[in-house]
Design a protein around this ligand. Structure first.
Ligand SMILES: Cc1cc2nc3c(=O)[nH]c(=O)nc-3n(C[C@H](O)[C@H](O)[C@H](O)COP(=O)(O)OP(=O)(O)OC[C@H]3O[C@@H](n4cnc5c(N)ncnc54)[C@H](O)[C@@H]3O)c2cc1C
Length: 429
């Protein structure tokens, strides 16, 4: 079979791969289309996941940018990258392509049109403009080092490239394209991969009474505890479902749950038990809630206990708390003891749910874990192979919700694309 030759190949036409394609082709092919550059994408169209981001609006970065928004073990690696490519610099990249932005007041940045399709289109237009071949429907399933370059085995053809950028993402929502090929490639090339688990996802919970509050949404704070120790607290809307808890605040805790069920640790420390504790009225102290409930008991003593939380919390949630406190909601309020009221107030401040299983990759937004960062230079090149670059979610970098994952995918693509082009130019002189 004939082998097709490319100067630079990028495997993966997602956020990172397309940003890399724009940069490398613009640098090398701006004046003449001398360099053969290709993006290989297994899906029939590029950027299916990018289209799904931010509910179709693409939260592409965040004004509040710092390594602290990324997984602890990746912060040293990401520090120099973010100091070179903060929010403004990424926005400058997109505005050089012609994009303007809209900010949501909390730091999240979106394209002004509010359409992820526009972000994708802008990247595709520019990659094509500078002579990149977009080869869709081509699944690369094997990479082999060959001389100074790489052989890529696809479902249709075999390709040779002098320099290679791996941008095949993680394993989250595999229906959108990325199914873990990055980790197989790493294995073929003798590179280490850290344990992977789903992140930014609803958390399955085993509490038998959870179905009673199915459909309830409550603004609150949620805290993940490991063996009783507070690990991470988030504020936001908790969504209670039949078998899981959800909402962005829960997503932010899910990485620890993934780690616990995969490795038996939380933040690297061996852990026996994890819980999610919610404070359902964070603006009020337990004492204030207790006083309020006592006054309701006085005022409505002739009514049933089922009315105790009327005006305070969602009715389903109020009944749920009463049941958890062993209170018969058909009893009259006058029969509630002071101890009943204080148990209820304590429950409002600390209502727990127990994670029961590893969340699914099918519902996760990102993969935590990936190709080990100790093998990667700050220009995204691989220490073992000078002509190989690895970017985006394939690496062991993941951030919280808010534009941080796309920021890293784009920025690592830009850095790799530029570095790859500079190396090429340097070698040709
Ligand atoms: C529903 C959803 C919403 C999200 N919203 C946001 C958000 O608003 N903001 C944010 O910052 N992050 C968001 N994320 C996360 C973000 O989309 C990813 O972190 C980011 O897309 C990773 O970019 P990437 O280029 O590394 O990988 P991907 O975007 O996954 O791209 C990888 C590409 O490689 C292709 N590919 C895989 N294997 C092969 C192969 N063997 N051969 C050829 N091609 C291959 C895939 O089909 C895919 O197109 C969201 C994720 C999901 C699932």
């Amino acid at each position: 079979m004939e082998i097709k030759n490319y100067d630079i190949a990028i495997i993966g036409g997602g956020a990172g791969g397309l940003a890399a394609a724009v940069c490398v082709s613009k640098k090398l092919n701006k004046n003449s289309k001398n360099y053969k550059i290709a993006v290989f994408e297994k899906e029939l169209k590029c950027g299916r996941k990018l289209l799904a981001t931010g509910n179709g609006k693409c939260n592409l970065t965040n004004e509040n940018m710092s390594p602290d928004y990324y997984k602890e073990s990746s912060r040293e690696f990401i520090k120099p990258i973010l100091s070179k490519y903060k929010t403004d610099k990424l926005m400058l990249f997109f505005s050089s392509l012609g994009m303007i932005f809209r900010k949501d007041g909390s730091g999240r940045v979106y394209p002004y049109s509010g359409m992820s399709a526009d972000v994708l289109e802008m990247l595709l237009m520019n990659a094509l403009l500078y002579g990149t071949d977009l080869i869709c429907g081509t699944n690369i399933d094997k990479i082999e080092k060959q001389g100074t370059g790489f052989l890529l085995y696809g479902n249709k053809n075999t390709y040779y490239c002098k320099k290679l950028i791996i941008a095949t993402g993680g394993k989250a929502q595999p229906n959108l394209g990325s199914r873990g090929a990055s980790y197989s490639f790493a294995k073929m090339l003798g590179l280490d991969v850290t344990p992977i688990y789903p992140s930014l996802t609803p958390i399955p919970c085993s509490d038998k009474d959870l179905p009673q509050v199915k459909g309830v949404r409550v603004p609150c704070t949620v805290t993940l505890t490991a063996d009783g120790k507070n690990i991470h607290t988030e504020k936001g809307e908790l969504q209670l479902n039949e078998n899981n808890v959800s909402g962005i605040c829960v997503f932010q805790l899910s990485r620890y749950v993934g780690e616990f069920f995969t490795l038996g640790t939380v933040c690297g420390v061996k852990t026996e038990k994890i819980e999610i504790t919610s404070d359902l009225m964070p603006e009020y102290s337990q004492n204030e809630i207790e006083k309020y409930l006592l006054s309701q008991r006085r005022k409505y003593s002739a009514l049933k206990a089922e009315e105790l939380f009327t005006g305070l919390l969602n009715r389903k949630l109020g009944l749920f708390l009463c049941r958890r406190a062993d209170i018969d909601t058909n009893e009259y309020m006058y029969s509630l003891t002071d101890d009943d009221i204080s148990r209820l107030a304590a429950l409002v401040k600390s209502c727990t749910f127990t994670p029961s299983a590893l969340p699914s990759f099918n519902s996760a937004q990102v993969t935590s874990g990936g190709i080990d960062l100790s093998q990667i230079n700050s220009d995204m090149s691989c220490k073992k192979y000078k002509d190989l670059y690895i970017i985006g979610e394939a690496l062991d970098v993941d951030g919280v919700c808010g534009g941080y994952n796309l920021h890293f995918a784009f920025v690592s693509g830009i850095i790799a694309g530029n570095a790859c082009a500079d190396k090429f130019k340097g070698e040709r002189k």
